[in-house]
Each structure stands twice: as C-alpha cells, then as structure tokens.
Write a new protein. Structure first.
Length: 386
C-alpha cells in the first residue's frame, strides 16, 4: 500500500504540572523524552517525514539534540499556538503527506509497530486512533465525590496517540471546529463532533504520556534500563617525611605524610575518580591537572566539592564505599570523623558513606610503609530532570 504519512509531533505546551521542568527535555535513562518519541517515528515504516510543533524558543535545542542522537528522517519545526487545537493545525498545515499521524511529544514509550498499526487502520477506514480498553471499574460521582452509579466499561477506551487522519479531511474539519465555542481535548473529538467515524486500534498500557514528575520514574522502570551507574576509583601516594598526612579530609598525627601536588589525600582522590567514572566525566587528572599551580597543596575536600558540583548536575549519589590500604597508622578511631567529612562535602547523610581501613599484612609497598593506597566504589542514580 503506497501511502505517505507525516508524523505531527506536538510539544508546544507549558508543562505546568511538571513544576517548571520542560518535560520534552527531561531525561529517561539519559535520553530526552522528545528524542525517544522522534526515534519511534524514525523506526516506523510508514512515517515519511516529521513535523515538530514546538515553542520557537526550543527550536535550536531540538535541532541540536536531533543531530546529537541521529534523528535520520526529514524533520521540520513549526511554532505552536495558544492552545493545543491551534498547535496541531499548524503542524498539519506544515505537513506534506497524504496522511498525518498526530502524536504527543511526551509519549516516549510509543512503539513503532503501534504507529504502523494505526496508520494501516487509517488507510483502510479513513481515520484511526490508538487506545487501550478500560480494565478498572469506572464510577460516576456527584459534585461531592459520592458514587452515583457504575459505568459499563465494556465499551470504554482510553485514547492515546498517534491518531491518524487524511490530511485534507482533517484540515477541513479542524477549520470548522475552531469556529465553534467548544474545546476539543483530542483530535478524535473533532471527528466525533462532525459525525465522522474513527477506528480504534488496541495499544499498550505502557504508552504513557508524561504529565507529572512521577511519570518519568515510571517510564524509566518500564524501559527496563537501569538508571544506576557504578564507578571505581584507585589511587596511591608515596609516604615521605616532612609532609602532613590527610585521609578523607582528616589530619592524622603520624611521622610520615603523603607526597603529591595537592594535600595528596589518597582516599578522596580515589573517591573523585569513582564519581567521575560512574558519570563518564573523565578522571581526577583531567579535572585537576598537577601542572596547574592553583591546585598546589590544595585541600582535597575542595577538589571533592568541585567534582561533586559537576557530577551532581545530572546524577545523585546513592552511596560510596572507600577502602584505605595502610600498614600504619591505625585508622579505626578516625573513621567516624572521616565519614562526617565526606558526607558534609557531598551534602549527603552519613549512612551514604562507608569507609574501611585494612593492611596488606606487611606485604607490598604499603606493607613496607612506602606508601598508602585507596579503592573507592560509587553508585550514582540519574536524576529525573537531567
């Protein structure tokens, strides 16, 4: 069947229920919502082009994201209107294909096969929409919220997008609809009002529309991709006389200290590397090069705070675990203060920080008091609004 379809992806809303977050740029497992929607359009065998209806202020950002994530099909941007009906009509006017698949930009889990099924139904019946049958018991209530009656759910459906129509027919009906005083909540309603049939195609429960912040968490879980990221860090510094010994931001009374460009806090350095590694943001040497004099003898707590500011823009800390390997001095009594230091620097609760100390039974360079090493493991979680 040689039919052409323009996807009209509508994302010109104000996201008022998202607490000031623009939902189309919110991240689900590292990918913006709008990109997931566009990617599904690209994988549909019937979509020939994509018209993105957005606020003009977002045009450049959408272009950059589309280029970064490799949106392969031809796409165009057009401005939205003061209400959804006007935005959709603007998109349909900009489309060039025989049919239009009107889609919510904030339905990131829509599947290409579902888009194709609705397109096929529209080719056969003239108009079609994706939906899922009601499975919950539905009640009609009065103004006080008291139940009046149980509604027969056997003929009820929750309508989703895409909704697919013949382009010219849609333009004719939508023009008439704008002349009425009615507010149509979706595009099927326009067809209903003028007595035109719309066939329904059974979709999936997971084709959620992002409306509130909690929807992002639900979508992330439904994607089946973990939002958790793990990083490991390791560092070692040589012990020498004439240096202070700092470990996890705590000054330790000992005859030897660690050599290094900064205060050489080996445990914090390992933690910074673990955090940067989990976030895929390089390493401590790249962020704080020892060739830069401004880091000469600097407190590693300051370096940790700086690294945390960078990492925590996109991620939040679940927990970290540090193991210090030193033959001497004994560190057990210092660990509570170390934990407090790290927790304060990262602005997390102390129970998110674990610090342990061990020896290597006089083996190796730590056993010979030539140096101290440290391992760190860090667990990050992707922020919902990242």
């Amino acid at each position: 069947m040689d039919k052409s379809v323009s996807a009209v992806v509508v994302c010109a809303g104000s996201s008022t229920r998202m607490g000031g977050i623009d939902k189309i740029f919110s991240s689900i497992n590292g990918v913006p919502v709008i990109i997931l929607t566009l990617a599904a359009c690209c994988k549909s065998k019937y979509i020939n082009e994509i018209v993105i209806v957005s606020k003009q202020d977002n045009f450049e950002r959408i272009r950059k994201l589309s280029e970064k994530f490799g949106i392969g099909k031809p796409y165009f941007l057009t401005s939205g209107g003061p209400e959804r009906a006007v935005s959709v009509r603007n998109g349909v006017l900009a489309a060039k294909c025989e049919y239009v698949a009107i889609m919510d930009g904030a339905r990131p889990l829509v599947r290409p096969e579902n888009i194709d099924s609705v397109c096929q139904a529209a080719f056969e019946y003239g108009a079609a929409a994706l939906g899922v049958p009601m499975t919950d018991t539905v009640k009609r209530v009065d103004k006080k919220g008291c139940i009046i009656e149980t509604v027969d759910r056997s003929k009820l459906m929750r309508i989703q997008t895409p909704q697919v129509f013949n382009r010219l027919e849609y333009l004719e009906l939508s023009e008439k609809a704008l002349l009425t005083d009615l507010r149509f909540t979706d595009d099927c309603s326009v067809y209903e009002y003028f007595g035109r049939p719309v066939n329904t195609v059974c979709g999936r429960e997971d084709n959620l529309k992002i409306t509130v912040k909690e929807d992002l968490e639900i979508c992330s879980r439904l994607c089946g991709i973990s939002r958790v990221r793990v990083g490991h860090g390791y560092d070692v510094h040589r012990l020498e006389k004439g240096r202070e010994l700092w470990l996890c931001g705590e000054k330790i009374d000992f005859s030897l200290g660690l050599a290094g460009h900064s205060d050489a806090d080996v445990a914090i350095h390992a933690l910074i590397d673990a955090m940067l590694g989990a976030a895929a943001m390089g390493d401590i040497g790249t962020l704080f090069p020892d060739s830069d004099d401004k880091y000469k003898n600097i407190s590693s707590i300051i370096l940790l705070k700086t690294a945390a500011q960078k990492v925590f823009r996109k991620y939040q800390l679940c927990n970290c675990d540090i193991t210090i390997v030193a033959q001497k001095p004994k560190l057990f009594e210092h660990i509570p203060n170390m934990i407090r230091n790290i927790a304060a620097a990262l602005q997390v609760f102390p129970d998110c920080v674990s610090i342990k100390a061990t020896t290597e039974e006089k083996l190796g360079f730590t056993g010979a008091l030539e140096g101290i090493s440290a391992h760190a493991v860090c667990l990050l979680n992707v922020k919902s609004d990242a």
